[in-house]
Design a protein around this ligand. Structure first.
Ligand SMILES: Nc1ncnc2c1ncn2[C@@H]1O[C@H](COP(=O)(O)OP(=O)(O)OP(=O)(O)O)[C@@H](O)[C@H]1O
Ligand SMILES: [Mg+2]
Length: 362
């Protein structure tokens, strides 16, 4: 399989966070962004993370990204995309709530971004991912799935739309009326849900294979998707079971005003392989190492099973890692040939990597 490199060539930011105007030419290999606290390193990564569906690596509101005192921001990226040379422009105006995205001059939706590139990130906030809510782990997994299935983002958005429709019908008309219309919506929900769940499971299977083969000092993890049903009834397909669950939960959902069952409640369950312990019960250092191990395996499986490689954003990743692990990670990053953006306040400790990198000083 021929791996196509996807990488940014240059970009400009205007009124984004603390950055009034910034124009950067970048390397298609490793880029290290160095600067003191508060200089804008994470903000640069955040602007790149917005080249994927959702609200970026801080899950922030677009309003908050507007430089204080301004009422709009804009980012322009020139890149070698999955579909060749491209310019992706995003702008946001306070009055308009949503961001506008264009690809080579044509308007696109954020879920379409995965047709052009993928971005994976690791931030210090993600180190606590195993102890937070399932929704954060689910989003983390879904971002990895985007790499394997460019339709995944679109499906999630359609799924959410149909679930909202069902909630609306249940709220306005009650669960005993409109049964045929509810049936139509639930069929659509089921179709998207099964495809989403299968895509998540396939990505997990590929990542698990990579984890089991990867030779690093990072602990191996066992990955699982939580069960959709407590038990699947004999003779019923997954899809029929799913529809039955939806049907059975109409009354409850009508009362609750939300969908109590579905793939929007799935959890990504991680266990420390050697210790046979749930990741959330591991120490802080073990959790960080497990997270890195999962990221490395996801990159490895993406490289093995897709034509395109993601862009990697690593915010302060090397902090608190011992020398051995820093070296292994540096070695791995340079060997993958992925375009990588690393932030640090100091090159000390990663001199080896810095020698092979483009240094961007803020
Ligand atoms: N909307 C905004 N307008 C102006 N400044 C902002 C805005 N949002 C955040 N900032 C400020 O921008 C600065 C840069 O933040 P950023 O997180 O990018 O810094 P950093 O270089 O990553 O720092 P650290 O090394 O501490 O992680 C901070 O001082 C932050 O308070
Ligand atoms: Mg930072």
């Amino acid at each position: 399989m021929r791996i196509e490199n996807v990488y940014l060539e240059s970009f400009s930011l205007a009124s984004f966070r603390n950055l009034s105007e910034l124009l950067l030419n970048v390397s298609n290999g490793v880029n290290i962004i160095v600067g003191p606290n508060g200089s804008g390193k994470t903000s640069i990564l955040e602007s790149i993370s917005l080249l994927s569906p959702g609200k970026g690596l801080k899950a922030a509101n677009f309003d908050d990204m507007c430089k204080y005192g301004e009422d709009s921001w804009e980012t322009r990226f020139k890149l070698n995309s999955k579909l060749g040379a491209a310019e992706i422009i995003t702008n946001f105006r306070m009055q308009e709530k949503s961001r506008k995205i264009s690809y080579n001059g044509s308007k696109i939706s954020s879920t379409e971004l995965t047709n052009f590139l993928n971005v994976i990130w690791v931030t210090p906030q993600m180190e606590g991912i195993f102890s937070t809510s399932p929704s954060i782990r689910r989003r983390f997994l879904d971002r990895i799935v985007y790499n394997f299935d460019p339709q995944h983002a679109k499906r999630l958005s359609k799924y959410e739309h149909y679930v909202r429709e069902r909630n609306k019908v249940l709220a306005q008309r009650g669960w005993e009326s409109e049964t045929s219309w509810l049936g139509v919506i639930e069929d659509k929900i089921t179709e998207e849900a099964i495809a989403i769940s299968n895509a998540r499971q396939e990505a997990i299977d590929l990542m698990q294979k990579s984890i089991n083969c990867l030779a690093t000092d990072f602990p191996k993890a066992n990955l699982k998707l939580s069960k959709l049903f407590s038990e699947q009834r004999d003779g019923l397909s997954t899809s029929d079971c799913y529809k039955e669950e939806l049907l059975n939960s109409r009354a409850k959902d009508s009362y609750l005003g939300r969908a109590s069952f579905g793939i929007h409640r799935s959890d990504f369950v991680v266990t420390h392989q050697v210790k046979q312990r749930l990741a959330r019960l591991c120490s802080t250092g073990e959790q960080k190492a497990l997270l890195i191990s999962i990221i490395l395996s996801s990159i490895d499986s993406i490289l093995k099973s897709t034509n395109f490689v993601p862009i990697l954003l690593l915010d302060e990743l090397f902090v608190h890692l011992d020398e051995e692990r820093r070296e292994q990670l540096s070695e791995y990053i340079t060997s993958t040939k992925l375009q990588t953006f690393i932030t640090t306040t100091d090159i000390i400790g990663i001199e080896y990597l810095a020698l092979k990198s483009n240094i961007i000083e803020l």
